[in-house]
Design a protein around this ligand. Structure first.
Ligand SMILES: Nc1nc2c(c(=O)[nH]1)N[C@H]1C(S)=C(S)[C@@H](COP(=O)(O)OP(=O)(O)OC[C@H]3O[C@@H](n4cnc5c(=O)[nH]c(N)nc54)[C@H](O)[C@@H]3O)O[C@H]1N2
Ligand SMILES: Nc1nc2c(c(=O)[nH]1)N[C@H]1C(S)=C(S)[C@@H](COP(=O)(O)OP(=O)(O)OC[C@H]3O[C@@H](n4cnc5c(=O)[nH]c(N)nc54)[C@H](O)[C@@H]3O)O[C@H]1N2
Ligand SMILES: [Mo]
Length: 809
């Protein structure tokens, strides 16, 4: 989230698109309903299904799954055609006026492709996706927005065919509802109006997942809603600490604090720093990532302690390297496992046999392992995969180890929520039996592996033997981990360059501003620096003061970065530092005392127009919000492509059909159809219900929840039900190119058939909370029929739209 949960109460318009917070983030509804009641805010829900969130909406717009870019592209066109963008904001704070390389071409010129497409590799060469630079290296601009190569004109051209009729043809959404939604959203392009967007998996789980979110980011920039109270782009995150684990380097391509994972070709620290430290010629840009060297060196000091010295590159060579041009995402891992290239696997706090798309492939892949370690609260479909449906235990060699672990209430530590708020939690009860907290299991594992290396040697023991690992021998002191994450001085510093003060070895650093690239500081994750200072554990704070009335609650726990509750907040003021909306000032420049008041600003520098002032988007090398997103794999502007599997044509770009750089896999178990197949004429989609959690391992064993939602079901509309002779409560078979599952039919008007391209689009919705193991008659995972075709940026699977059929069992 750019903003935070409580901030939803400040919005004038709340757009819920690609999420269902009433079911999946129920507490958020408290703030949404407060905004409705107290501000008269409008709630818009745009979803294929009439959800519980939709039941509270002022306007509900049904939409065909996977067509959001058409809807949002049409909105961008509407904003441009009616000049409803926030002019001062876009001219000062975005790249809308920047000139782009004249050799850049878009899908309007090239039949659906951007310039640089290579059909052999199915990748783009991005050489033309860049701005024109002046002699100083600063992008050329046309503040009149008239130059045909400026971002504004390119954007206008890109969406010129996303007309209202086209949007309706593609999405199936009723025309008058689409127009009403556009009108309400675009009404927030004024300085004193804001809209917020709440999205989750309904947007991400597509082969255009990232571009769905970019489309809305562009809209929020055009309307001047980023940085504002009640604005922003807000990802409602999933697993309770998924924000925290992403911050800590859960994904293969980043180390803690979003530092890129080293690649093989970045042979030493110097190269790593050169490649990854952006430079800028823009004089008013803070270009925050120029500090990368301080963060990577401090991280290496945290990892390898005294062994990490300037002379040995701070042990950079100990870090594992990614092969160039290779990815190691979830689906890559299981593909390699399926092909017998992985011997052992830790399924730590996960249940891939049910959660992964195309779970059949995963289940087969697990059988190729020599060993599998499952760390979990319960035995589940992954730890028992070898005795699951279609498996012959006699033929499976995989040795499975199960390590029982303590649940969240049986251990202490921090949990970071969607609003980047890290809150400390305490142990409520002792774990049962031999269950241990995850950190203790990890600790024991580390000491055992170290012991083996000490005894037996090995190919490359140093990265293990020299690891700086002092969290306790038997029992882990989790606060020691938190202190290391914050960072500390590794030696006495006589006069720190930042404040000329002296610091002692072992003292906690006050924030990442004090981190150095000379080895004098260690820091486990720079974005969490300031969470555990000399003043103590900030995540334990429980102050309830709210002086601004905006619900910032700055003394409640701690959020990254630097306890800034709304990021990009320098964009909430005009270039003189006056809030665009004086009724909801996030920050304000106090000219007399020459400082900011309100939230922690994105840098203490004066406002843009003053001497020493800086641009608001400090994490961007050019300091502005980028509407031209040249960093993505699939193009600088979100483009409408059909889902890979779809019973409909791509009306806008008939020659490409689906995202030309989407990733697919090619083993015999990677079955998918491009486009339509008369055998599967309907659109399948998967989602959650409040009563269950994820693959259901935690909720299927909870009798009262199971009583509420005992079995897998398939929701279908009454027309299709009639056609197929299906009644509520009937057992049905839902099939896809990957297989079949049974489910209990629920005939409901929540999912209505839409008219798309002159024919009926029927959607069949299935929750993915079940598994064969328990309860006996609960059904198996919906993922036995979902495709593992993935987005080219994040490699997330397209589990929100695929082709299916349905019949009575
Ligand atoms: N009770 C409960 N809460 C949960 C979870 C749980 O399992 N149970 N899981 C947690 C996790 S890990 C996550 S990631 C979040 C997920 O939170 P959500 O994303 O809210 O979860 P879903 O129910 O998968 O999907 C949300 C909505 O997206 C809609 N949708 C599907 N396709 C499209 C589309 O193409 N366009 C649009 N506009 N909408 C579409 C669906 O109809 C559905 O109503 O929830 C978290 N909260
Ligand atoms: N078709 C379809 N598939 C999906 C999705 C979808 O919308 N549709 N959503 C996707 C999403 S958003 C997600 S996040 C993934 C989730 O995929 P998984 O993470 O594989 O699924 P979970 O069921 O959440 O598994 C979490 C496991 O952790 C265990 N656990 C709970 N607490 C602890 C603990 O403290 N320590 C340890 N070690 N274990 C613990 C639980 O018992 C559970 O078995 O699934 C994805 N799969
Ligand atoms: Mo998730």
């Amino acid at each position: 989230m750019t903003n935070h949960w409580v901030d939803l109460k400040n919005a004038d318009v709340i757009i819920v698109m690609g999420g269902n917070p009433a079911e999946n983030h129920p507490i958020s509804m408290k703030w949404i309903l407060k905004a409705k009641k107290e501000r008269g805010a409008k709630l818009l829900v745009i979803d294929p299904k009439f959800t519980r969130t939709a039941s509270k909406a002022d306007l509900y717009v049904p939409i065909r799954p996977g067509t959001d870019i058409a809807f949002l592209g049409g909105l961008i066109k509407y904003i441009i055609d009616n000049e409803l963008y926030f002019k001062d904001y876009v001219i000062n704070y975005t790249d809308l006026s920047y000139l782009v390389d004249p050799n850049f071409k878009g899908p309007e010129d090239l039949d659906g492709y951007f310039s640089g497409y290579d059909p052999k590799t199915r990748k783009y060469d991005k050489a033309t996706w860049k701005y024109q630079l002046d002699e100083k290296g600063v992008p050329k601009k046309d503040p009149t927005l008239k130059d045909p190569n400026c971002v504004f004109q390119l954007l206008k051209k890109h969406y010129s065919r996303y007309t209202i009729d086209m949007v309706v043809e593609i999405t199936g959404a009723p025309k008058e509802k689409v127009l009403e939604a556009y009108k309400i959203i675009a009404s927030t392009g004024k300085p004193n109006k804001t809209a917020t967007i709440c999205y989750a998996m309904g947007w991400t789980q597509h082969t255009v997942g990232v571009q769905n979110i970019r489309a809305m980011s562009i809209i929020q920039l055009l309307l001047g809603n980023i940085g504002m109270a009640g604005g922003g782009v807000n990802a409602l995150r999933g697993e309770s600490n998924v924000q925290g684990s992403t911050d800590m380097g859960l994904l293969f391509h980043v180390l803690p604090g979003y530092l890129p994972t080293p690649k093989a070709s970045w042979v030493d620290l110097k190269t790593y720093i050169e490649v990854n430290t952006p430079k800028t010629a823009e004089p008013k840009s803070l270009n925050w990532w120029k500090n990368r060297p301080k963060y990577i060196v401090s991280l290496l000091k945290a990892f390898y302690g005294d062994y990490a010295t300037k002379e040995n590159d701070f042990c950079y060579s100990y870090l594992p390297k990614l092969d160039d041009n290779r990815t190691y995402s979830w689906y890559d891992i299981f593909d390699a496992m399926y092909k017998g290239k992985i011997k052992g696997f830790f399924a730590w706090g996960q249940n891939p046999a049910c959660s992964s798309a195309n779970a059949n492939k995963v289940r087969k892949a697990l059988a190729k392992l020599d060993w599998l370690v499952c760390v979990n609260l319960w035995d589940n479909e992954t730890s028992s995969f070898w005795k699951g449906p279609g498996m012959d235990p006699k033929k499976i060699k995989t040795e499975v180890f199960f390590l029982p672990c303590a649940s969240s209430v049986e251990k202490q530590g921090s949990i970071t929520n969607s609003g980047r708020l890290a809150q400390w939690r305490y142990k409520a009860v002792e774990p049962p039996g031999k269950c241990l907290p995850d950190a203790e299991i990890m600790n024991e594992l580390y000491h055992k592996i170290k012991e083996l290396y000490q005894k037996q040697g090995g190919v490359f023991p140093d990265p293990i033997l020299k690891l700086n690992w002092n969290y306790g021998d038997k029992h882990v002191d989790i606060e020691k981990v938190a202190k290391e994450i914050n960072g500390y001085y590794t030696k006495d510093v006589a006069s720190h360059p930042i404040d000329k003060k002296a610091y002692k070895k072992g003292q906690q650093v006050a924030s990442f501003v004090f981190l150095m690239d000379d080895g004098s500081t260690a820091c486990g994750n720079w974005i969490y620096s300031a969470a555990f200072t000399e003043a103590g554990n900030m995540m334990k704070r429980r102050g309830k003061e709210d002086p601004t009335g905006l619900g910032l609650y700055s003394n409640w726990a701690w959020c990254w970065p630097l306890n800034r509750r709304i990021i990009y907040n320098r964009a909430s003021v005009d270039p003189m530092g006056n809030p665009w909306d004086p009724q909801r000032p996030v920050i304000k420049w106090d000219a007399q005392n020459k400082k900011w008041v309100g939230d922690v600003p994105d840098g203490p520098q004066p406002p843009l127009a003053m001497e020493g002032g800086v641009l608001p988007f400090i994490m961007k090398p050019l300091g502005v919000g980028t509407i031209f997103g040249a960093g993505l794999a699939d193009g600088p502007f979100p483009t409408y492509y059909e889902p890979v599997e779809s019973p409909f044509k791509n009306l806008l770009y008939p020659k490409v059909h689906f995202n030309p750089v989407a990733r697919t896999y090619d083993s015999p178990d990677d079955k998918f159809v491009v486009g339509m197949d008369p055998k599967y004429p309907y659109v399948g989609t998967t989602y959650r219900v409040t009563e269950h959690w994820q693959t259901g391992v935690m909720t299927r064993h909870t009798p009262w929840l199971l009583e509420l939602e005992p079995q897998i079901f398939a929701e279908i509309d009454p027309e299709l039900a009639k056609e197929k002779g299906i009644k509520s409560g009937d057992k049905v078979i839902v099939s896809s190119p990957r297989g079949e599952i049974w489910a209990i039919a629920i005939v409901t008007e929540r999912i209505r058939p839409l008219i798309v391209q002159g024919k009926k689009c029927h959607v069949i919705g299935i929750p993915w909370h079940y598994g064969w193991k328990f309860p006996k008659n609960g059904g198996d995972s919906a993922n036995l029929i979902t495709p593992n075709v993935v987005d080219p940026n994040t490699f997330i699977q397209e589990t929100k739209c695929f082709i299916v059929n349905i019949r009575k069992a």
